[in-house]
Write a protein that binds this ligand. Structure first.
Ligand code: 3PG
Ligand code: CO
Length: 555
């Protein structure tokens, strides 16, 4: 319809090829030995930064600028790519769940009413990431959910924990389990039969994404539903302490375990008549588990036993698939994204990344929507990520392959927008391995070079940016910014994202000579990029989009 028609930009031409490069986990911070980006050899990114001062700037990529509850919240890829693609700031899952829990509305909603029907005779299972990182879930929300569920009639509750160590410090799982065990003790004193039933590390159990490795979800299913795992313990605290004592063990990759009673019987398998809630609000790493719980026809692994349950997600994770069909809190309605507009206005798009970030430049970019808007106008290409390794072992990941795909797409001249995500800074940064992260940053920089060379050849335009910080700071810091030391005097490694701003650079032979960054959007953030890119395609962004970062001055 005509509502999709974008106005022509008064000064900028249509038809240019625009390369949109997102370096995942690439923030800007002072150089020091924990700044892997500064340490690494990154001549291409350096040349952008040290080039024309009106074509490189920093942007906010965390907190309220991307729809998170507070400015103490670090950025993440979901909210970052949502903002980049949608051009507006939406209150995100974390915030929406806070509101629903604080007001108690969550317990009056259709989703809760649905699972509540199981409370009379079944068990309520809560499955999710046990963490206060705030990226996928939050411990305080789980606590409120637990309390509220008991108040609303749940008599038997089982929690299936996934340990973090990725958005929070490694080893913090112990404290989180203690906290939740405390709550469970209090519930038991009130007559609720409440226990932790199983667990495992988030990267090894349940929380795979973009179908990289279904075995991860299978291990979760076996522990949570079937009550089977290689490790059996009498308590979750004992489980985590014992498993963490193994050589090279860490929270992210703990093996699956189940909690058993005196007779060695699992205390909480999921059975007919039970209710299940996955309490992560973030979608990417819950979609696969949601499919396993919800789909009748399912062939990704042998589920062995498929209990008849009432299942709800904390949020609906995929708006296009309507998955899950029941949910406790309505997700942000991220509509009218730039991708959808551009397909309606003749812009052909190519998007590519490797599996672990593929959905970032497609699903998240398009407002948590899977699939194409218009398959004739778009092509999405996924490069299979390495499976079963931690990325410090292969820090170059598939950066070269992604860059070559982008290069070929640019040189083919079949697309107006070629969009990629380069995962290295983030995925290797999350391992906490500083040396490997330096190698990762160099690889990402080399990939940018390949893409910029192709842009040069076709007379195109580039936009190079990032979704949030990670690799630029690998150490936890005190209030003064000095590295924090642990009890052995060693620096505390930071595996998570940061609050740092991210760079954005524009250029290329196709960029009209008068284009430069405006000076009057100093608070600009990721949500300002969509309007900017629409301009570079020759259009004016819709009026409710966050303002463009560029202006065109007459020469
Ligand atoms: C993850 O899911 O890997 C981390 O929790 C967040 O990383 P991302 O937001 O960069 O994907
Ligand atoms: Co990350």
């Amino acid at each position: 319809g005509s509502t999709w028609k974008l106005e022509d930009h008064p000064k900028l031409p249509k038809g240019k090829i625009v390369a949109m490069v997102v370096l995942d986990g690439w923030g800007e911070a002072k150089p020091n030995k924990y700044n892997c980006i500064a340490t690494a050899d990154t001549p291409t990114m350096d040349s952008l930064k040290n080039g024309a001062p009106d074509k490189w700037r920093l942007m906010r990529a965390h907190g309220t600028a991307v729809g998170l509850p507070t400015d103490d919240d670090m950025g993440n890829s979901e909210v970052g790519h949502n903002a980049l693609g949608a051009g507006r700031i939406f209150a995100q899952g974390a915030k929406l769940c806070d509101l629903a829990l604080e007001s108690g509305k969550i317990f009056e909603g259709d989703g809760f009413k649905y699972i509540k029907e199981s409370f009379a005779s079944g068990t309520l299972h809560l499955i999710g990431l046990l963490s206060d990182g705030g990226v996928h879930s939050r411990l305080d929300q789980l606590q409120l959910l637990l309390k509220g569920a008991a108040q609303h009639g749940a008599k038997r509750i089982r929690i299936h924990v996934l340990t973090d160590g990725r958005d929070v410090s490694d080893g913090s799982s112990v404290g989180f389990v203690e906290t939740i065990e405390n709550d469970l003790t209090q519930l038991r004193e009130k007559g609720v039969d409440a226990k932790i039933a199983s667990g495992g590390g988030r990267m090894h159990v349940t929380m795979d994404r973009y179908e990289n490795d279904w075995n991860v979800v299978k291990r979760g299913w076996e522990a949570q539903v079937l009550g089977e795992a290689p490790h059996k313990f009498k308590s979750a605290l004992e489980a985590i302490k014992t498993l963490r004592a193994e050589p090279n063990a860490n929270d992210q990759y703990l093996p699956p375990f189940v909690i058993v009673d005196e007779n060695n019987k699992a205390v909480g398998p999921i059975v007919d008549g039970d209710a299940v809630v996955t309490f992560n609000y973030r979608a990417d790493r819950m979609v696969m588990a949601a499919k396993a719980f919800e789909y009748e026809n399912f062939d990704k692994f042998d589920r062995v036993r498929v209990p008849k349950i009432r299942y709800a997600g904390m949020l609906q994770y995929d708006g296009e698939l309507k998955l899950p069909s029941h949910y406790l809190v309505s997700p942000p309605e991220i509509d009218r994204t730039s991708g959808e507009y551009l397909t309606h206005n003749g812009v052909r798009t190519y998007a590519c990344s490797e599996t672990v970030k593929f959905g970032h430049v497609t699903f998240f970019w398009n407002g948590n929507r899977s699939g194409y808007f218009n398959a004739e106008m778009e092509e999405y290409v996924e490069i299979q990520s390495d499976v079963g390794i931690t990325f410090n072992v292969q820090p170059k990941m598939k950066a070269l392959e992604i860059a070559e795909k982008a290069r070929d797409a640019i040189l083919s001249r079949k697309f107006h927008q070629v969009r990629v995500n380069l995962p290295n800074g983030d995925m290797v940064g999350h391992t906490g391995d500083i040396e490997a992260t330096v190698v990762a940053c160099k690889a990402a920089d080399e990939a940018v070079k390949i893409i910029l060379d192709a842009v040069e050849q076709v007379g195109g335009i580039y936009v190079v940016t990032a979704d949030h910080g990670n690799a630029e700071d690998m150490v936890k810091r005190d209030k003064k910014g000095e590295p924090l030391l642990d009890k052995d005097g060693k620096v505390s490694i930071l595996t998570s994202h940061t609050l740092e701003p991210v760079p954005v650079a524009i250029g290329g032979p196709g960029l009209s000579p008068g284009v430069k960054f405006r000076k009057d959007v100093p608070q600009g953030g990721l949500a300002n990029v969509a309007a900017t890119v629409m301009n570079l395609h020759g259009f004016v962004a819709p009026s409710d989009y966050e303002t463009t970062l560029i202006e065109v001055v007459d020469n």
